[in-house]
Each structure stands twice: as C-alpha cells, then as structure tokens.
Write a new protein. Structure first.
Length: 235
C-alpha cells in the first residue's frame, strides 16, 4: 500500500517527538552518571572530612585554656562591655610521693665522774691531862679533814672516807694503828679527830685508804693521800 508524502508528513511530528523524548532521557541519564553521582560522592567525602576537622577543632578548643574576649561599647555610652568566657575542663592529676622517715635516737653520752681526795689537813692542840695524880700526864689531839670532789670540780656528798691513823714514838716506831671512818658533807668535807694522845706520842700520820658510797656513775681514783702532825710545842 502506497502512502502519499502528505500522509507520511502528517505522522512524522509524533515520531519526532518520541525520538526527541528518548534522546532527552538518555541525556539526563548521562548527566546523572557523569556529574551528579561523582558530585554526590564528593559532597559525602567533604562532609565526612569537615566533620572530622570540626571534631578535632572542638577537641582542641576543649583542651585550650580559658579565653576571655571583651568588647567595649560604642562612644554613645549606651553599649556596655560584652564578655565571653570559655572554660576548659579541669583535669587534675595528683601524685603522692613516698616519704620514708628514719628516726635515729639521739646519742646518749654519759661522762663517768671520778672522785679524788685532797691531802688531809691536820691541826694539833693540847687537850688537858689524864691519868692518876701520881702518873698524871699531858694529853693532846689531832683534828683533820679532807675534801672530795669529782672531775668537774663538784663536791661529793655522802661518801664514806676511811682513814688509817698511825702513832709514832720519839724513835719513829709505830706504837698504835687505828682505823677511822667519816662521811662527807654537802661541801664534800670529811672530818676526824684523834684524841687522848700522850707525851710518848710524838707524831701522828693520817692516810686516806678508801672512799666508798659514791653517787651512781662516780668512782674513786684510788689515789691515797696522807699527812702527819707532830706533838704541840712547847710540851
């Protein structure tokens, strides 16, 4: 069947419109594939990157010290100061050092005290007479004392001093030996008296032989001291 040109031309506009519509859809599809999809992917990447950077910036701002910004009002006098303060969170780390304390007791030094005696100080005097009328004879006596001090020079109180008393005749022979004890006073002195000596006694010798009863921490140096006294003259 042969159609006329005029009939074909009358149907061509619809065909052209369908062809153009199909071409437009293809172009849109190409545009989406070429531009929209990559752009969407790029935007998604930029969004993730921006979030990451913003998170990093926020973290740095949170760690930064407090900043204060003050804006003064304008010259009209109506505007006041505007202060913006951002306080960083406070993080406090406390480290407690270990302290070791070693207690050393003080050194106690005790100085031993040593007692010493002075040489006896002796004085003689006549003490009257004794015996029967027929054998009446004169008498004399010896008074003596010693002093005890420690090595600091302090007087030693309450110590017992032992004396040996020897009596000699005119030939130097020992006619009698006795022992006498005495206790020191607060001044450190110990005294003794040898009495009832006769005319036959020419000399008396007094010797310190021992010191006992010393305070705790005090010892005697063991140095024996002596002195002697002669019969008073004239007899």
């Amino acid at each position: 069947m042969v159609r006329s040109r005029a009939e074909l031309d009358s149907r061509r506009p619809g065909l052209l419109r369908r062809t153009e519509r199909a071409a437009t859809l293809v172009e849109y599809a190409l545009l989406v594939a070429v531009f929209v999809v990559p752009a969407s992917a790029g935007l998604s990447f930029m969004r993730d990157s921006a979030k990451s950077k913003m998170g990093h910036v926020a973290e740095q701002v949170a760690k930064s010290p407090t900043t204060t910004t003050t804006e003064a009002g304008d010259g009209g006098g109506g505007g006041g100061s505007s202060t913006s303060t951002t306080a960083a969170p406070t993080s406090t780390t406390t480290t407690t050092p270990t302290t070791t304390t070693t207690s050393t007791p003080p050194t106690s030094t005790t100085v031993a005290k040593v007692a010493k005696t002075t040489a006896p100080t002796l004085t003689t005097s006549k003490s009257g007479s004794g015996g029967s009328k027929r054998w009446k004879s004169k008498r004399w006596k010896v008074d003596g004392s010693v002093k005890i001090t420690d090595n600091t020079g302090a007087a030693v109180n309450g110590a017992t001093v032992t004396f040996q008393v020897q009596e000699f005749d005119k030939y130097g022979n020992v006619t009698a030996t006795t022992t006498v004890t005495a206790t020191t006073s607060s001044s450190g002195n110990a005294t003794l008296t040898v009495s009832n000596l006769t005319s036959s006694d020419r000399t008396v010798k007094v010797t310190v032989t021992n010191v006992t009863g010393l305070p705790a921490g005090t010892t005697w140096n063991g140095s024996s001291t002596n002195a002697q006294a002669n019969r008073p003259a004239p007899w």
